[in-house]
Design a protein around this ligand. Structure first.
Ligand code: PMP
Length: 457
């Protein structure tokens, strides 16, 4: 092996010296040292000290089939021997990309029959923007260029992806968002619904889309994009009324509907895609993560017939694409990942077994003195931390409630992520009932430890 054996301290020192991490306060790495993870199996990761940690976040929402699947290793090795790289530019193609494209359209809704491959979720969302703008130009309506997205949505870190994302602090760092992207409110009932009935709140938030279209002028609006369930924003599960109303409004004004399936795709909600779960019919679906279960980078945009039909009659070249669009090794791994998801009926396992049990066990945590709400959808969940359950009063920011809980989780063998004042989880889809028990028991213990630190009884 070309990677030498080193102690944790040696890895941490080298890491602090040479490696700049994503979404990190660089200074903190120097002060605290990073956690060094060096192997994984099933739903568990292991650090260099040999601690076993239940990965409640599937890496970064991506290791859907769990760690350690030798079949994916073999698929990559076979493809590397046969054709490690070739591109899809200049009228070239190769069997792994063609076959994967075919297989993807077997699991999508009938009107989705094309895919444009990328290397990541962010590249997929940049591709979405480029396609949306091209689509309306080819149709002779280039003034239709505003894409409506949502506050607290996450769509990636490229300039396009980060602009679609709805985080003001992120925009500030690059003087964004880029032009032609505007944001409306999110369907976050617990945080923003106050005393409204969830169904009414869901409708009200969806109708912000209609109000925005009318304000901007319907002939200026190109598309709406949203995650079926917002992930990085804190597992925001929309009220049931939300998505049907969004669909109605998109249809009424003829604007394209985009569901960002980077997290929800490939079984997370107990359906192949989040759009299927909520019964909507998207024109475009950016995908990544679970497409390869994170074993190798690959993304794409699933393209419905409405858009593909127009792009395919464009006389001009589509000036867009990446060296690694449809990388053959990544496509071969994705095809093997799809085989496993299908043959082992993992999506059905989520829908019929894992998600109902996860919902039942997670809901028990709502009784904890620190917890204001527990919500789950499929195998995604959020635990809202509050100082006062009745008033939903939060802890002051300096109390670092969620970060305190996150630290306890790591020390007690569980990965949960902290988002603002909530803890979020999204375990591998292959998680068993016994492992869900372990996850919930550890979460409760870490909530107890956090309550003790915050002086809540
Ligand atoms: N869209 C969504 C919904 C995501 O959650 C993410 C990543 N967390 C992205 C896009 C960006 O994907 P990537 O990090 O692969 O660029």
């Amino acid at each position: 092996m070309s990677i030498p054996a080193r102690t944790r301290q040696e890895w941490q020192a080298l890491d602090a010296q040479h490696n700049l991490h994503p979404f990190t306060t660089f200074k903190e790495i120097v002060d605290k040292g990073s956690r060094i993870i060096n192997r994984a199996d099933g739903v568990y990761i292991y650090d260099v000290d040999g601690n076993r940690i239940l990965d409640g976040m599937s890496g970064l929402w991506c290791v859907n089939i769990g760690y350690g699947r030798e079949e994916l290793v073999q698929a990559a090795a076979r493809q590397m021997r046969e054709l490690p790289f070739y591109n899809q530019f200049f009228q070239c193609s190769h069997p792994p990309a063609i076959e994967l494209a075919r297989q993807l359209t077997e699991i999508t809704q009938p009107h989705i029959n094309h895919v444009f491959f990328t290397g990541s979720g962010s590249e997929s969302n940049d591709t979405v923007l480029r396609m949306v703008w091209r689509y309306w130009s080819v149709l002779g309506q280039p003034e239709r260029r505003i894409v409506i997205s949502r506050k607290n949505g996450y769509h990636g870190s490229t300039l396009g992806g980060a602009s679609l994302g709805g985080f003001g602090v992120v925009h500030e760092q690059f003087f964004g968002p880029i032009p032609n992207i505007v944001h409306i409110g999110q369907p976050y009932w617990y945080g923003e619904g106050a005393d409204q009935d969830p169904a009414a709140f869901g409708l009200a938030r969806a109708r912000e889309l209609e109000a925005k279209i009318l304000e901007l002028g319907p002939d200026k609006v190109a598309a709406f994009i949203g995650e079926p369930v917002q992930g990085a924003g804190g597992v925001i599960v929309p009220p049931e009324t939300y998505w049907p109303e969004i669909q109605r409004i998109c249809d009424k004004y003829g604007i394209l509907l985009i569901t960002d399936e980077v997290i929800c795709g490939f079984g997370r909600l107990g359906s192949w895609f989040g759009a299927d779960h909520y019964g909507v019919k998207p024109d475009l679906m950016p995908i990544a993560k679970g497409l390869t279960s994170g074993y190798i980078p690959l993304g794409g945009v699933l393209v419905g017939d409405r858009v593909a039909g127009v792009l395919k009659r464009d006389d001009d070249e589509f000036f867009h694409g990446f060296t690694y669009s449809g990388h053959p090794v990544a496509c071969a791994v994705a095809a093997e990942n799809l085989r496993i998801l299908r043959e082992e009926k993992i999506v059905e396992h989520v829908r019929d077994t894992a998600a109902p049990y996860f919902a039942e066990r997670m809901s028990e945590l709502a009784e904890h003195p620190l917890v204001g709400e527990v919500r789950t959808r499929g195998l995604m969940g959020a635990i809202e931390l509050v100082r006062n359950k009745a008033t939903r009063e939060r802890f002051p920011a300096e109390a670092n409630a969620a970060m305190t809980c996150r630290e306890h989780c790591f020390r007690n063998g569980l990965v949960m992520r902290a988002v603002a004042q909530s803890m979020i989880v999204a375990p591998p889809l292959v998680i068993t009932r016994a492992e869900i028990d372990e996850l919930v028991d550890k979460a409760r213990r870490c909530l107890d430890l956090t309550a003790r630190d915050l002086g809540v009884h």
